[in-house]
Design a protein around this ligand. Structure first.
Ligand SMILES: Cc1ncc(C[n+]2csc(CCOP(=O)(O)OP(=O)(O)O)c2C)c(N)n1
Ligand SMILES: [Mg+2]
Length: 563
């Protein structure tokens, strides 16, 4: 079979396999352990290799690429140190069910288990972080194992796959047939399941839908919205998955993130039926497992998920349906609508609560920079296809509560809660869609973890706009301190650089906004510059969430008798 094939190095076979799987972009920090792969990429100009500044940033970029496109984000890093830096992005891809393929250089096969230079047993290191880890010990098996990696990364519940590549294997010359592209395998809902779903929903009084998870194409998102609309079902979304259903539709009623609206939480608890589609119903979404009983949810639960292992894992559903999101959404949209549903007023009330929450909470004294008004301005200013990325931290409450997401616009945020995600994700999104507005929301803490990747954007000539919420603290943790140990501030205060000057030093656009009216001109100027930009929002540090202040938290905690 291989008699007439040319000999190729293991490295060339890796790149031939990436081509066969239609890889268009890959993110890397170079290492001598995988020089053969880099050299083979020299001859593969259709693969855009993005040279990043730290593997954590590169891994977040690959994860964001996977989240945005549904195709595996490809990451290339070197052995021990590179793989250790990259691990945060692998963990994020795992928690966020994002397809990703990580290629890691490895020591030569004849050195393994000597603790050679930078040697790590990647099967052990990545075991709980990745969906699958293996090492390619034979160059002739590169096509087979890379094919398997793409299959595993994309099928069922998507996730990250790690392939260790011993450097001497990459030099071996072998003849091998490359196969591709991969076909993501997804289950379809059965006719009996759909009939039962319809029967259960029709019998409900106060149903609510929860959409979330990964694997949503634009068509699937439109289909599930149509299903909700024709059946008048209220729909909320899971943590950082606000872009599945157009937030302007009458059926959309909010998100179950870290700052979930108390009214939505109450309504979810009052529902007699939950139709969860794609969401794992994890700790944040389930509000620390308080929205549903474990394992008996205490109400009718229909759970639709791409992976059999997630069904009945925590909550025992009344009806479990294993299905891909496009397959389920298309079938649901084709179901006969439920005639004269009883829950019209229930949905309307939930929508009214959501809309009431879109009005900013007033603070006294009024801050010079009113973030609520800034968000309302952005909500009106952003086009439908804008991409919003988010870091982890309390500042994320502002875009989560006040922006309205809609396809093809996207929200890319780490459900893993990993700080440092916002900037690299914005860089990746802008590389994928240079024509769209891409905004990265960051705190001062998270920005300083991976902000150097702004230089990657400048090197690539793309201009994401970073909105940097500066409160000179790890605000989220300070909030928890005020609740548990009021007034005892330790380990959370930050000193920061001049962020606008930092942006300028990179060759980007920088602006500092201290008053509400300064925001719009700064935003338009950042956009017009077409360069990577930082707009520092000098916020009132007192305002710790969109709803409350640090002093209010301290007062409450002291009154409640915290230490
Ligand atoms: C990589 C990482 N390290 C630590 C944490 C714990 N953590 C969660 S939020 C937070 C503070 C975030 O600070 P900042 O980015 O300034 O946002 P803020 O909460 O102040 O708005 C920390 C330290 C985390 N989630 N991820
Ligand atoms: Mg902060």
């Amino acid at each position: 079979m291989t008699a007439n094939l040319p000999l190729m190095s293991g490295g060339q076979l890796v790149v031939a396999a990436l081509r066969a799987h239609a890889v268009r972009m890959a993110f890397s920090v170079a290492g001598e352990s995988y020089l053969e792969v880099l050299d083979a990429l020299y001859d593969a100009p259709e693969i855009h290799l993005v040279t990043c500044r730290q593997e954590g940033g590169a891994a977040f970029m690959a994860e964001a690429y996977g989240k945005l496109t549904g195709e595996p984000g490809v990451l290339l890093v070197t052995r021990g140190p590179g793989a250790c830096n990259a691990s945060i992005g692998v963990h994020t891809a795992f928690q966020d069910s994002t397809p990703m393929v990580v290629l890691v250089g490895q020591v030569a096969r004849h050195q393994i288990d000597r603790e050679a230079f930078q040697e790590v047993d990647f099967r052990k290191m990545y075991a709980p972080l990745a969906k699958w880890v293996t090492q390619i010990d034979l160059a002739e098996r590169v096509p087979e194992l890379i094919n398997q990696a793409f299959q595993v990364a994309t099928s069922g519940r998507p996730g990250p796959v790690v392939l260790a590549l011993p450097e001497d294997m990459l030099r071996d010359q072998r003849a091998a047939t490359v196969a591709g592209p991969y076909h993501a395998v997804r289950a379809h809902p059965g006719a009996a399941d759909l009939a039962e779903l319809r029967r259960l929903v029709a019998a409900a009084e106060r149903p609510i839908m929860l959409v979330g998870g990964s694997g949503w194409s634009d068509v699937a998102a439109a289909d599930i919205a149509r299903f909700a609309e024709v059946n008048q079902l209220p729909v909320c979304c899971s943590f950082r998955r606000q872009d599945i259903v157009d937030n302007r539709l009458a059926c959309f009623v909010g998100d179950l993130g870290t700052g979930a609206a108390p009214t939505l939480v109450a309504r979810f608890k009052a529902a007699d039926l939950v139709l969860a589609v794609g969401a794992r119903i994890g700790e944040i979404t389930s509000q620390s497992y308080t929205l549903l009983g474990v394992p008996d949810p205490g109400k009718t639960l229909i759970h639709v998920h791409a992976a059999a292992e997630e069904l009945g894992r925590v909550f025992r559903p009344t009806l479990a349906i294993q299905s891909g999101m496009p397959e389920f959404a298309a079938a649901a949209a084709a179901l006969q609508p439920i005639a004269a549903p009883r829950w019209g007023a229930w949905r309307e009330a939930a929508r009214a609560e959501y809309e009431a929450g879109l009005a900013p909470t007033p603070f006294a004294p009024a801050p010079a920079l009113d973030l609520g008004r800034v968000m309302v301005w952005l909500r009106e200013r952003l086009p439908d296809d804008a991409i919003v990325t988010s870091d982890a931290g309390n500042f994320s409450g502002w875009p989560n509560r006040f922006l309205q997401y809609r396809r093809p616009g996207r929200q890319l945020g780490p459900t893993s809660g990993a700080m440092g995600y916002g900037v690299p994700a914005a860089v990746a999104a802008k590389l994928v869609h240079p024509e769209r507005i891409v905004i990265g929301f960051c705190g001062d803490g998270g920005f300083m973890m991976t902000g150097q990747e702004l230089m990657t954007a400048l090197g690539e000539g793309v201009g994401p706009i970073i909105l940097l919420f500066n409160n000179a603290m790890y605000g989220t943790i300070r909030m928890h301190q005020e609740r548990r140990f009021p007034g005892r501030i330790v380990g959370t205060a930050l000193k920061n650089p001049d962020f606008a000057a930092l942006a300028a030093a990179y060759g980007g656009f920088g602006a500092t906004v201290a008053r509400t009216e300064e925001f719009a001109p700064a935003f338009e100027a950042a956009l017009a510059s077409r360069r990577a930009a930082i707009i520092e929002l000098q916020m009132d540090p007192e305002i710790i969430t969109t709803r409350t202040t640090l002093s209010a938290l301290r007062r409450q905690a002291t009154a409640a008798g915290a230490s």
